[in-house]
Ligand binder design. Structure first.
Ligand SMILES: NC(=O)c1ccc[n+]([C@@H]2O[C@H](COP(=O)([O-])OP(=O)(O)OC[C@H]3O[C@@H](n4cnc5c(N)ncnc54)[C@H](OP(=O)(O)O)[C@@H]3O)[C@@H](O)[C@H]2O)c1
Length: 326
């Protein structure tokens, strides 16, 4: 079968053996896959590993065969893949068995995937195949950051730097639907315009003076994923006693933190990553109830995955990039 793999320090679109279904597993013929920032970082993390690894965390497709003992799924079922492996119940943090699909296990950038039957969810009927491939990783991450960790309440103000990111486009729509005031930043005027179109109440330039721009605002919650280039500026616009949730560091991981200002400010800093199956199901039910559609930036064929990676590296996208497989 065709797949996009990392092998011997190289990324390539190639032929790889089809998987064989085992006990408790399902083979899904993938129709679409969704790209995430994580995929672009895997080559660095794997270095010169010799064996091929199929990249990709997000995907949607049709059940092609089921292994011994699988009763929940049947051939022909339309499903999406839950990339948050072996984390089923909502908890403060996952157990040591947790991993994210796409390293070390083979991922979704292929014609087929063999995966535990526990990792499938029914494809929401109102979403297209392209949309279905984008909701699991970014939607789940955003939902847990905003709801479980951020405890957003109707009438509160949430501040989200980096409006164009895949997760941010979900955050904007979720927070707006929950009755929050939504303020975002972007370096791009076009992305600021797009952010207001999908629900942001205010979109400011990432390179402006936020303390001046937001002097009349009361920010209850910051959802941070840009990292070093914005973290301290985000803290500076957070109200005293406010919450800041971090799930990413697109720019740099290491930040300088003035501890005195932090404890005088009575802030709460919360870390989060992905989410449990319980939260994924809550999120899928939430988007279906409110008919929320993921924001898709572009769709490229699987054989053009390298091009999609380059696009993400340049941060030119607004929303999710999809790979069309069949
Ligand atoms: N922990 C988890 O479970 C989890 C899950 C998903 C994602 N993540 C992480 O969360 C982050 C966001 O991921 P994503 O895939 O949704 O989006 P992304 O493509 O990494 O987008 C990052 C956003 O950051 C902004 N940005 C990039 N470079 C910047 C710079 N130098 N200065 C200021 N802003 C900059 C851009 O905003 P503008 O172009 O609008 O200015 C861009 O939209 C990534 O770091 C990713 O690894 C973590």
């Amino acid at each position: 079968m065709k797949a996009f793999v990392h092998e011997n320090s190289e990324l390539k679109f190639t032929d790889i053996a089809k998987p064989e279904v085992g006990k408790g597993e399902v083979i899904v013929a993938l129709k679409t896959a969704g790209l995430n920032r994580r995929d672009t970082k895997i080559p660095l993390r794997r270095g010169d590993a010799k064996e091929p690894l199929i990249l990709g965390s997000d995907g949607a497709g049709i059940v092609e065969s089921v292994g011994e003992g699988v009763t929940a799924w049947q051939v022909g079922d339309e499903v999406l893949i839950n990339p948050s492996l072996r984390w089923y119940e909502k908890s403060n943090a996952p157990s040591a068995k947790f991993d994210i699909l796409g390293m070390p296990d083979h991922g979704t950038f292929a014609e087929k995937i063999c995966i535990s039957a526990e990792q499938l969810e029914k494809k929401p009927a109102y979403l297209s195949w392209q949309e279905s491939a984008t909701v699991a990783l970014a939607g789940l991450t955003g939902y847990r950051a905003l709801v479980t960790k951020g405890q957003i309440q109707e009438g509160q103000t949430v501040f989200i730097p980096g409006a164009g990111s895949g997760v941010a486009t979900f955050l904007i729509q979720f927070a707006k639907q929950m009755g929050a005031r939504v303020i975002v930043t972007s370096r791009s005027e076009e992305k600021r315009r797009q952010a207001t179109e999908i629900g942001a109440d205010l979109a400011i330039d990432t390179n402006s003076d936020w303390q001046i721009e937001l002097k009349n605002e009361c920010v209850d919650l910051v959802i941070e994923s840009v990292g070093r280039s914005t973290f301290n500026r985000s803290l500076n616009v957070l109200k005293q006693g406010g919450r800041i949730v971090v799930f990413g560091a697109t720019t740099e991981d290491i930040v300088d933190l003035n501890l005195r200002e932090f404890f005088y400010g009575q802030y709460t800093l919360l870390g989060t990553t992905m989410g449990s199956r319980e939260e994924l199901r809550d999120m899928l039910s939430f988007i279906e109830t409110h008919q929320i559609h993921p924001i898709i930036d572009s769709v490229l064929p699987l054989e053009h995955t390298s091009e999609a990676f380059a696009k993400l590296d340049e941060s030119v996208q607004f929303g999710k990039i999809v790979l069309q497989i069949t």
